[in-house]
Write a protein of this length. Structure first.
Lengths: 229, 229
């Protein structure tokens, strides 16, 4: 299986490294390959230059959004909330059509400082916006409720804890479930919330997640859904 | 300790009954006592007439918002999101001043159908609005993340699960913690999120809660916060 991971930030890097370690071919997608490789300073979130990371992860390819998506069977959107739709437009609807599009992004807008605002919020979600704009892609929202390190290594958080999936396509959700299990998520902790509209729930949960991160002083936490079985 | 429970809906009734069972004096507050007792049909949420409930709970008093609040040492706001501020204005700032005001309400607006919208959302919360409008009250947001029956009987949900508190006043939060423990919440599951602004987190979580209720077909669930200790 060939994966494209759109986004060169910490989330994209973490997912790309894990996918390679799991035996997949992975190409990271970026706006301008030359610009990404030319950067010599840390990015806005404090991540070291991509070129440095690439040297430590030589198996991960780097290509334009469009080339990465075109060559992949599954596409992962690991994009900033404010840049996600533009990046997917650059990837191109034809290169996403018919493919599972795993959206792990959150619609966080840091333009007014911290805590970030959510945009959209309440009556729409980024997951829905992506699905509406790319109706031939099979969008599955998942992993957006945990920090990058926990996404690919749930054992960082002790005990049982849950991860959500939202999407319209049952087969695409099956693909994502299998991947989540490869990442270490127990099958019984993968909570199917329903269609892509349910992404509103997990995106809006981010405000509580940010609050807890502040209160706990760490991002290594998660929630477990407890219910009668 | 004398409690006022403002609100005659299912949440108010459930909390009032539990507080009486715990040995407290409880007066439910309502807009117009005569109107509340005259109602002979189920309310908009399908709850049976208040008078019927009162006959089964004769120890619970009923008074106007103002009289209930005036006679209480602790006030519980178990109000609809759209009616909460008006009800608290009717209770009167002087009758709330210096008192712990436990806000269990959620700012749900059902005027456009289901799922309800949140108002306010993202950049403000109902908990903050209440604290701003009644600066002499000691507002503590809690219990708004679980269904009424679970609020007062956490054992309805199996295993460990968490409840949040948000508020500015440390002593008021201690009062609330003690009450939550009386309700059956283990001390280690009471998560202090910080000041009242953190109510944004638990109020916005409601969207995920509503989504899960739909997916699970029951309101008897909750989340457990898992983190390294």
């Amino acid at each position: 299986m060939r994966y494209a991971v759109l986004g060169t930030g910490m989330v994209g890097r973490t997912l790309a490294a894990k996918l390679v370690a799991s035996g997949y071919e992975v190409t990271v997608g970026t706006r301008e390959v030359a610009d990404t490789l030319a950067r010599e300073t840390a990015d806005a979130m404090g991540n070291p230059p991509y070129r440095q990371w690439q040297q430590q992860n030589p198996q991960v390819g780097l290509a334009s959004f469009a080339d990465a998506a075109a060559g992949a069977q599954v596409v992962v959107a690991a994009l900033s909330g404010t840049g996600a739709l533009a990046a997917l437009r650059a990837a191109g609807a034809a290169n996403l059509a018919g493919k599972t599009l795993i959206d792990v992004s959150n619609p966080l807008d840091f333009s007014a400082g911290f805590p970030p605002r959510l945009d959209p919020v309440d009556t729409d979600s980024l997951g829905e916006r992506i699905q509406r704009e790319f109706p031939e892609a099979k969008v599955v929202k998942t992993l957006n409720t945990v920090t990058a390190a926990v996404m690919v290594d749930p054992a960082r958080v002790p005990g049982a804890h849950s991860i959500f999936v939202s999407g319209e396509d049952a087969l695409a959700k099956q693909t994502v479930r299998a991947l989540l299990e490869e990442f270490g998520w127990p099958a019984e902790e993968i909570v199917d919330l329903g269609g892509i509209e349910s992404a509103r729930g997990t995106e809006m949960y981010l405000r509580l997640w940010l609050t807890m991160m502040g209160a706990f002083g760490t991002a290594d936490f998660n929630i477990h859904v407890q219910r009668a079985r």
